[in-house]
Design a protein around this ligand. Sequence first.
Ligand code: PEP
Ligand code: MN
Length: 337
Amino acid sequence: MILTLKRGISKKEIKRIENKIRSFGFRPHISRGAKDITVGVIGENAILLKEFFESDPAVASIAQISKPYKLSSRQIHPKDTRLTVGNSKIGGGHFAIIAGPCSVESRKQIISIAKEVKKCGAKFLRGGAFKPRTSPYSFQGLGEEGLKYLAQAKKITGLPVVTEVMQISQIEVVSKYADVLQIGARNMQNFNLLKEIGKAKKPVLLKRGMSATITELLMAAEYIMSSGNSKIILCERGIRTFSDQTRFTLDISAIPVLKKETHLPVIVDPSHATGKRDLVPPMALAALAAGADGIMVEVHIKPDTALSDSAQTINIPTFKKLVKDISCIAKVLEKKV
Ligand code: PEP
Ligand code: MN
């Protein structure tokens, strides 16, 4: 349920409304728009409280939140959420470029890639230290050692670090080194992990499960937000379809759908979506044109030698050209890169 408050009411009155909502065991969510202040009443069957607010002198009107997601919905928070991580911004007109290898392989590898992608215009560094691999025989990541190398790369370049957390027991150690905690596609509906990550103080990059609907993605975000962390970046990374020419199918239409449904920043990962490096630049540009707030791409100095996801990893010259093309299109779309 959303309460639109009467214009010009005092801070004291707003506090009273918040406390009244809490007294029923619900949670208030204040949103200040250009004209109106609205208060979302969060909790199951909140609409049952309608009768207690209908004649409240501070309330102008009452509407029902029609979607199952509440805190992530645009209905409750009409303005775009913009996140600032270090000197990098994402959302609310800022298009963020996140780049780096699939996996951290060595100190030298991650530092040299970080320096190069920074030079090209990347705003965040990615790299996996805990890797969710399909085969138990594949490289599983360097673990905490990899996190230390990421932190060193950040120290040298200033790029905030995005890296994956695969299980609850890793949240603490990853939070120690990283700026953004990534939840991978395979964990999108690991509800216990989502609840715990909701207690973390760092922003979360939440990837869409490969067989998840958009509603399920938003409900996953809702788990994190309802546990106290509203700094979330959603990531479309391709879904399973019968198309056999790409690793997954990039759901481009998910971008405008998500932008309509939620105020959270929405980015696209064209690397995992396609699985093919020649498809990464066109899909990255398509994502920007469709309204995404950023991309996350896998980049390596020597893609053919990458220990994971080599086939979908682009080299530095390709990345450099991609950033140049993004800058041109972003200008037309009045987005800051
Ligand atoms: C990744 O970004 O490193 C990754 C494993 O992606 P996904 O979870 O989308 O497969
Ligand atoms: Mn990868």
